[in-house]
Design a protein around this ligand. Sequence first.
Ligand code: FPP
Length: 265
Amino acid sequence: MDATLTARAAGDLAKDAGSKSAAIEHVGRLPEHIAIIMDGNGRWAEERGMSRTRGHRAGLDALRRCITRADERKIRYLTIFAFSSENWSRPKSEIDDLFKLLNTFIRRDLKKLHRNGVRVRMIGNRENLEQDILRQITEAEELTKDNDGMVLVVAFNYGARSEIIGVVRGLVASAARGEVSESEITESLISDRLDTEGIPDPDLLIRTSGEKRLSNFLLWQCAYTEFVFTESYWPDFDSQMLDEAITEYGQRDRRYGGIVQSVGT
Ligand code: FPP
């Protein structure tokens, strides 16, 4: 093969090498999967002399706007970081507020999402969640499981390292039972055992509020993801900002470790 690769060919190459996650088909340079770290609710509220709770509530409104626009833009997968496994270190009152917001979101928005054909999926550790919230999560997934519209992936009580530890433990157990051999451990096998099984890796990750880090979010899945960081706090994030991030994504060269072949070479 020629030393130069088109970005697409590089994706195909990765696929051949067993990494289905790196090879994503793009239609008109739209991201198929957008992941968002919705950051800055607290600072937004503090700057307005409001409680952090008010900031999170305003964040929920921003999330609704964002879901609507992502759906209009025919984004296939939207993943949002709603509660991280590290958020347990926050004051109990704030944790309670975030759980209440998930509850509100499911109670108030689920029917509309379902009507619009959205499929809801939750990723994260379910083990230390209370029965009530677990039941709501399961019902939301069950109700929408046959929908064929946008997939809304809610990362709740999610931490990427703990997700990866779960995969490693599972593989060790499978190996001990003789169900998997060393040579069968490939990128695609690991991808298939992550919480995001069946979901292509994010093409675009957006983080608001000026912070520029991944914070234990989708560490495996973001190997080839394009990042867009915005200065605005999450409650101020609007449809136009989502459009701008999508446009910026469309202008990026995705090379997957190869090089982009220029016209005529
Ligand atoms: C980060 O802002 C945001 C969160 C920890 C929670 C995100 C939650 C929402 C947008 C609300 C609704 C969503 C659901 C479905 C529960 P921060 O509090 O860390 O802000 P700061 O860095 O300014 O303090």
